[in-house]
Design a binder for this molecule. Structure first.
Ligand SMILES: [Zn+2]
Ligand SMILES: [Zn+2]
Length: 301
């Protein structure tokens, strides 16, 4: 397999994979309407496609309990039905809106009431990140010539600590593939996941102050292709929230215990690592006793 650098199409042709947060719990609580938000996003996508005729845009919807591909500009079946052109929608995004509506309806059907009560109303970011990476991997394997991929997370929902491991695995995969994850966080809190994703993969993280100017933030920061980024002043991270979630209760913690064999994180002391099975030594006396299982004994850190 050729290295990533040698397979590039040209230095300014982009493949933008946009992860769109459609979480109904977030959109029912925010000041900006989902339709207003979409009009900013569509204008931005049009701008990206207009910058270079070889640019490609893929949109993945991130719902509460599911995620799905809803638009691919390289696909030929993008023209919406007569219905959407009749109500005055741009032809380019006619099929996107139809698929988005279907997706949101299906996603809401999957929401179970009892589940909502004991879970933070986060979106399925880990799922859509994985889908984006799968798509990019397919593009990488399709041949020697392909656009330069990047991922943009447009997220408003809070982080779901129970997705910590899956999100971090996706981030490290993106880092390996040299795919930057840009993130635009429009929610009320800060997103440690997105801050870490952009920091680790060399992407840009930004939290717009005024959502009615979202289009301007999107075009001036996130429309910039990777080649041009060295020539413009983009927002620099002002401190990244590096907190992790414990593997035992999926809670965000400031300090905890780490298994020295597999690096699993726990909020309290355990006798045995639940991930790799290593037995944590308590004292020197413990070390002298025979190891009952065949796993390595790990010193507690
Ligand atoms: Zn815990
Ligand atoms: Zn372990």
């Amino acid at each position: 397999m050729a290295s990533v650098a040698s397979k590039l199409y040209s230095d300014d042709v982009s493949l933008l994979v946009l992860l769109l947060d459609t979480n109904p719990f977030f959109w029912s609580s925010t000041s900006i309407k989902f339709s207003q938000f979409l009009s900013h996003v569509f204008a931005f996508l049009n701008a990206v496609l207009g910058l270079n005729q070889l640019n490609q845009v893929v949109v993945i919807a991130t719902g509460y309990s599911s995620c799905d591909y809803i638009y691919d500009s390289s696909s030929t079946s993008n023209h919406g039905s007569l219905e959407s052109s009749r109500i005055g929608l741009p032809a380019l995004f006619g099929s996107l809106i139809e698929k988005l509506e279907d997706f949101i309806t299906k996603d809401e059907e999957l929401i179970k009431e009892e589940e909502v009560e004991d879970r933070i109303a986060s979106s399925l970011l880990s799922g859509s990140l994985s889908m984006a990476l799968c798509y990019i991997q397919r593009v990488f394997r399709s041949g020697n010539i392909h656009p330069q991929p990047r991922i943009l997370c447009l997220q408003g929902s809070p982080d779901g600590p129970e997705q910590y491991v899956a999100v971090m695995n996706s981030i490290f995969s993106a880092q390996r593939l040299m795919v930057p994850i840009d993130s635009c966080y429009i929610g009320a809190q800060n997103s440690a996941f997105l801050q870490q994703a952009s920091y680790i993969t060399g992407g840009v993280h930004h939290t717009p102050k005024q959502l009615d100017g979202l289009f301007q933030y999107l075009t001036t920061i996130f429309a910039t292709d990777l080649h041009s980024r060295s020539f413009v002043q983009l927002p620099k991270p002002v401190g990244v929230d590096f907190r992790a979630s414990c593997f035992c209760h999926k809670k965000t913690i400031d300090m905890g215990y780490i298994c020295s064999v597999c690096l699993s994180i726990f909020c309290a002391h355990h006798k045995k690592c639940s991930t790799c099975g290593s037995v944590f030594g308590q004292s020197k006396l413990d070390d002298a006793s025979p190891v009952s299982n065949k796993k390595r004994k790990a010193p507690e850190t």
